[in-house]
Design a protein around this ligand. Structure first.
Ligand SMILES: CCCCCCCCCCCCCCCC(=O)SCCNC(=O)CCNC(=O)[C@H](O)C(C)(C)COP(=O)(O)OP(=O)(O)OC[C@H]1O[C@@H](n2cnc3c(N)ncnc32)[C@H](O)[C@@H]1OP(=O)(O)O
Length: 182
């Protein structure tokens, strides 16, 4: 498996954010309506994320039959979505929210439906607002990844970033009010 993803060498120092979840704790979902992890998303993946040691995040996903792409195997876009969401939680271990600017996935083996995929996302480094991450998925044997992803997330001021889009969200009015407060 070859990846052309490049992490700069002149990285900034990182520290775990004092308010970040501790190893083993479930991480707070960033948005209840998120397709990846939101508990209120009607048809979402509903991934549960757990903070790991150092700068890692773990999650599991049952590959449901409706996730099929090729006959009997997962759709690549569903897998990419799961990676995006699990890797998107890594920035929260070190600082403010961040959004994806770049995501690439290496698909190594077909992934049958009705298996349970285990994900681990890790911090590769931070440079200014850019957070470099890696995600690994396997089912069964952690030494045999079936897919590997790399992504760059850029930190944002969430209130400002989403201000013009809140009215389109399915979030409750109470939630929207909280988010739009200065
Ligand atoms: C209830 C709700 C609560 C809210 C809670 C918040 C939730 C928080 C979300 C968590 C969610 C997680 C899981 C889902 C994750 C998604 O799915 S996010 C959705 C998909 N992503 C997006 O929509 C992002 C769209 N892009 C943007 O809005 C803008 O590009 C950004 C991210 C605001 C950056 O724009 P900017 O502020 O003008 O910054 P810019 O100078 O362009 O870039 C900053 C740095 O990034 C670099 N960069 C930018 N783009 C790229 C690229 N494609 N490749 C490489 N480098 C890049 C720049 O070169 C620059 O680097 P340096 O100059 O520091 O070396």
């Amino acid at each position: 498996m070859k990846s052309s993803f490049v992490v700069p060498t002149d990285l900034d120092p990182v520290q775990r954010h004092p308010k970040a979840a501790k190893a083993g704790e479930r991480m707070r979902m960033h948005n209840p309506m998120c397709f990846g992890c939101g508990e209120e998303s009607p048809n979402g993946l509903r991934l549960e994320m757990f903070a790991g040691e150092e700068f890692t995040v773990d999650a599991a996903m049952r590959v449901q039959t409706q996730f099929e792409g090729g006959p009997g195997v997962i759709h690549g876009g569903v897998l990419s979505t799961a990676f995006d969401d699990v890797m998107g939680m890594v920035p929260l271990l070190v600082g403010p929210s961040a959004v994806t600017v770049h995501l690439e996935v290496d698909y190594i083996k077909p992934i049958p439906v009705e298996t349970t995929l285990q994900f681990r996302a890790s911090l590769l480094g931070r440079q200014r607002r850019k957070i470099y991450t890696e995600g690994i998925a396997h089912y069964g044997d952690p030494t045999q990844p079936v897919a590997v992803a790399h992504g760059i997330f850029v930190t944002i001021n969430a209130r400002e970033h989403f201000a013009d889009h809140l009215e389109n969200s399915q979030l409750s009015d109470e939630y929207k009010r909280r988010l739009s407060r200065p």
